[in-house]
Design a protein around this ligand. Sequence first.
Ligand code: IMP
Length: 183
Amino acid sequence: MDKFIEEIILTNDEIMGICKKLGHLITEEYYDKRPILVGLLKGSIPFMAEFMKHIKCDMEIDFIQASSYRGVKSTGTVMVLKDMITPIQGRNILIVEDIVDTGLTLQEVMNLFQDRGAVSIEIVTLLSKPDGRTVNTVTPKYIGKTIPNKFVVGFGLDYNELYRNLDYVGVLKESVYKKQGGF
Ligand code: IMP
């Protein structure tokens, strides 16, 4: 185990198993729907790359980078830093996330996709932290693993842009972010 990791949450083998299972599920439920998998940058990249290999029906991929305003007004505005290219009017969308915490980002991205005329929108996420949820409109349909409210890194998940390249997911030692001034 790496020295900055407190505890392993998902081994690489477990992640591979999850990706296979979710891929089969999506194949069954979307075989005639030609879904667009929309990865939220940057954290979803490793999960998206692994999981899509197990989808055995027609599908497309695209990416969006969004950042939610979390100021005093929680009116739900999403700032699109990089937009997707594929038109989504009339399409079935699967948003791919690394982790759903408060749900704020996803709520706003879902509103945006609804406004753009998507027929259906569901969420596929590697991890979910239900204890962190502050919005009740975001309910991921496809979840790899539900975890406690701890700060995790690896397989796309970062702390200050680091650790995305780990091939597993683990809890980051508190001493790492205390030393660097917190997150
Ligand atoms: P939400 O809008 O609070 O659900 O934000 C989800 C985003 O916050 C994820 O895509 C991650 O980028 C980040 N995030 C939430 N929890 C963690 C964590 O434990 N480790 C790393 N990033 C996290």
